[in-house]
Design a protein around this ligand. Sequence first.
Ligand code: AMP
Length: 368
Amino acid sequence: MIKLHDKFFKPYLKEEQILKAIEKMAAEIAKDYKDETPLFVGVLNGAFMFVADFLKAYQHPCEVSFVRLSSYQGLTSTGIVETLLDVPEEIEGKSVIILEDVVDTGRTLKQLVHLFSQTNAKEFKIATLFYKSDMYNGEYAIDYVGLEIPNNFIVGYGLDYKEQGRNLREVYQLNQADMINLVLFGKPGAGKGTQAEFLKEKYNLKHISTGDVFRYNIKNGTELGKLAKSYIDKGDLVPDEVTIDMLKDEVEQNPDAAGFIFDGFPRTDAQAEALDNFLESKDMKINATIALEADDDVLVARLLERGKSSGRSDDQDESKIRNRFDEYNQKTAPLKAYYEKQGKFHSINGTGEINEVTERLCAIIDKL
Ligand code: AMP
């Protein structure tokens, strides 16, 4: 196990495995290009080590160049990627083969295709050493792949965690064993969101509220938002397939999180099973589920009060609120048994001062 900054990583791919994959790629590319002089373009910074070893394995006429793209932090959801080192000049009539260290969402790839489509290269191919097929949006064909890997956070062999780890000869993956993943249960108004705000600070966790993600999408007029709105406005649950896919995306977008607080998810049996399977595929698990208990009448009063300032239409009408409680009783409450069977269910009194409720939650989390 190695430590970079605040996180531990465990060995994942040995140097021999990586070099073998590179030799296989070099042989495949040589089969297609050994009779011409292709231009290999490495994508900095991550691909520098791959490019070096690839070229040692590719002993035929070729040229080499690099591009460098930088995605602005905080703006990644808009997909804005800035070019720091541009397309090589002498490109006319050449076969260009991009050498990428890893393809995951495909966002960088989109920018590369955009950059090279404006040139008069003869053709344009993509080769990637690592390929996270689960995450890739599939927009462009990937022509040569070294190793297909699951969507775990990896470092080493050119890849970094906050700029460290690029010099490692082997590839390591984030150790998930010390992660804390919590599910907060409770009817609407039970205080899940309020408590999650405290817990995420105290335990350095990423808070995912499916209700918040839906509202964000509604506000921004996305397709997902339009679809969800009709259900949310009535106080009904949004269909499982939609919600599960959305939740997975949220987790995928935070590959280096120290853990997650799931707030408002899972709400049905199907969601709970999907969450378990999804986490297992990523070497993760739920550590505890905690329900915040309060009487319906207390909750109705809280929600109507919140509705005055939040503007949420589902908080302003008692019949919609009662419908949300019914949805909870019918579909979410049975999950108690699901998590009890796994020995992971806890419940606490959710009434009283906010800090008292936080203390009750921490008492459980600190024992995990
Ligand atoms: P919340 O903010 O958690 O009260 O969620 C508001 C609304 O979003 C709910 O009444 C549902 O319509 C929808 N929603 C949030 N999370 C889920 C989920 N896990 N499954 C289905 N619908 C959800």
